[in-house]
Design a protein around this ligand. Structure first.
Ligand code: HEM
Length: 361
């Protein structure tokens, strides 16, 4: 039997892909030149979203285990690196769309109602898989964000809401970090004492500064008091829990401690990969925020203060999502509590030796 030779077009299903640009403006007899770009760029975005989900799913599988080995963490870091490179392209390609002017867009904008990027199922999957919570979403028109998604795709989005997100898996993994209390070394006690001593020093410096007037000392002490209370709130698990209950924090106290330990002692070989992992998660989150900001700016240029084709307030809605739809911002906030290397509690020798390369949680 003759085996049919594989052909480039067949393998890539180019016939399907290249025949999937149907201009709505052409259907009504007045083709708008720029509608082709508009369709192609959205399709390219969706293909990249597909690739990002593919990478993200593999990271979710890795972290959905009781034990995450060091090579697995490194592999997850390389998958996140790939996502990051794609995200940079996603941000950059907004510029291509901006070669279309607002007037060009008007040639076919009315043909698009009521469809909108708001209905992108893959974008919602991505948000949910990362860990954006339904209750944290900015609502518009009092409708659930899934209301306008195609019925056949809604199930996928619902499933992604109930499955463990990367945020949850990260939290579980951090909570299992073995070094928080390790062979007589209690990280939290030692770290708290180091910070308190640093804060006491700072207070002394303010009180004894010969260049400050009495009112200046009072002013600086008040500011200092704020730093002390914010630190004490973060040290105390009960205060931390209160912040979680009031929605001001999300990451558990134990996971927060572990993340801090990783950031502070990242030079220890065993903490390299965990540190890289946390850093890449911050990158992914920041790049999504950058994309949201970039998209919002482009939208303002295209439609000014008009409402979106999906019915939102347009630019204003998108700007709020850029401000609020973040998942790993708490990791970045931890730098508030960093202390200089010279003030860090020294790790006892036996612990340093134990921080070998075998990270088993
Ligand atoms: C002329 C170009 C574009 C305009 C004027 C535009 C406008 C808008 C507006 C106004 C919204 C808010 C929802 C609504 O009321 O419709 C929105 C949402 C969205 N758009 Fe675009 N958009 C454009 C291009 C793109 C491109 C190229 C993508 C790539 C996939 C995209 C993806 C999205 C996504 C994912 C959302 C949902 C964002 C969220 O809810 O957080 N848009 N767009």
């Amino acid at each position: 039997m003759n085996k049919k030779l594989l052909n480039y077009s067949d393998y890539l299903k180019l016939e399907d892909i290249l025949n999937s640009q149907k201009l709505k403006s052409a259907e009504r007899g007045t083709p708008a030149h720029d509608e082709m770009l508009f369709i192609v760029i959205h399709q390219v975005y969706e293909l990249w979203f597909k690739q990002i989900i593919h990478e993200l799913d593999s990271v979710l599988v890795t972290f959905n285990k009781q034990s995450v080995l060091e090579p697995d963490v490194s592999l997850a870091v390389s998958r996140l690196n790939r996502i990051i490179e794609i995200q940079k392209i996603l941000i950059d390609q907004v510029r291509i769309l901006e070669t279309m002017t607002a007037m060009d867009f008007l040639e076919f904008r009315d043909d698009l109602f009521p469809s909108s990027g708001f209905q992108s199922t893959q974008f919602r999957l991505l948000e949910n898989k990362l860990g954006l919570l339904r209750d944290a979403r900015i609502n518009y028109g009092g409708k659930d964000y899934k209301a306008s998604i195609l019925e056949k795709e809604k199930q996928d989005v619902e499933r992604s809401e109930s499955e463990s997100s990367l945020f949850q898996l990260l939290e579980n993994w951090l909570e299992r970090t073995p070094f928080l209390s390790f062979e007589g070394f209690d990280f939290w006690d030692q770290y708290s004492e180091a910070v308190r001593s640093m804060l006491r020093n700072e207070e002394n410096v303010i009180r004894n500064n010969p260049n400050y007037s009495e009112s200046e000392v009072e002013y600086h002490l008040k500011e200092h008091e704020r730093a002390v209370s914010s630190f004490e709130a973060m040290i105390d698990p009960i205060e931390h829990e209160k912040l979680i209950d009031s929605g001001k924090k999300r990451l558990s106290h134990k996971a927060t401690q572990a993340a801090l330990l990783i950031f502070l002692y990242r030079e220890e070989p065993i903490l390299h990969s965990p540190f890289n992992f946390l850093s890449r998660l911050m990158d992914v989150d920041e790049l999504f925020t950058t994309w949201r900001q970039r998209h919002a700016l482009m939208v303002r240029r295209m439609i000014g203060g008009k409402i979106g084709t999906g019915g939102s307030s347009g630019h204003a809605y998108l700007k709020s999502t850029a401000d609020r739809h973040k998942v790993f911002a708490e990791l970045a906030d931890l730098s508030t509590f960093f202390i200089p290397r010279s003030a860090l509690p020294a790790l006892p020798d036996h612990i340093k030796q134990n921080l070998g390369y075998h990270f088993k949680s």
